[in-house]
Design a protein around this ligand. Sequence first.
Ligand code: NDP
Length: 262
Amino acid sequence: MDLGLAGRTVLVTGGSSGVGLATVRALLAEDARVATCGRDAGNLDKAAAGLGAGPDRLYTAVCDVRDADAVHRLVDGAADRFGGLDGLVNNAGQSRMKRLADTTPEDWRDELDLKFSSVLNPLTAALPLLRASAAAAVVNVNAVLAKQPEPRLITTSAARAGILNLSKSLSAELAADGIRVNSVCLGLVDTGQWERRYTASGSVLDYDAWQAELAADRGISLGRLGRAEEVAYAIVTLLSPRASYITGTSIDVCGGVGRGIA
Ligand code: NDP
């Protein structure tokens, strides 16, 4: 099926690694034009070089999504290059492994700031362009944690729940502008985040065995971590004009780690 994304422009935040990079790759494969960002220029350049897309298809800029002015410059740069924007994937971010006992007030502020500004800054900057698109869609990359909190990720779980709630409000308010807003809720996906945790764990197991143990410990029905491209396909589907009647919802991409029915 033709997803109808050819020639459309999508901004994917955090496209230098993991889910963001896989999403950029999947969109380029659909002949979309893609803008993306990350904080580390070296990682961004390396990712862009690996994608093999020219400047007519790919725009990259160093940008921290917590910085509203920098995000405005990113969106303006993408609009100058491509002439508009049809989609936004709010993906940039990371989680915080902390329990209440070792969480400081600063941790709470930082986590809430990251989670909310990583959605609100790009959305605010992109809104005039999305309103002008004939088929605008926003996808917020969230986590199953939003619905199934874990005490070892207390700040992230709470912030994720807030973002899922926010996504629903945005979908209702922006429907009048023809902008659809949906979420994907991830379980455990094998990306830079888990590689860093494996390294920090000092485990004697090799990476595959460590992942298998992790999957068993977390009760993942499919018995393994997800792959970034498996998330990317769900994101691309939600961005597609073929999903024109889907808004205000979320898709779990979690291998069955979610315990809820929805
Ligand atoms: P990775 O660490 O592999 O990639 C994160 C990307 O986001 C990188 O490109 C990184 O680049 C960028 N980034 C991080 N912080 C910022 C920032 N403040 N401003 C701009 N760019 C930023 O992570 P994943 O692919 O695993 O994660 C993608 C999203 O999915 C995140 O929001 C994460 O929290 C969420 N998620 C992931 C899960 C998983 O199991 N992997 C589970 C649940 C949710 P740089 O560091 O150079 O800025």
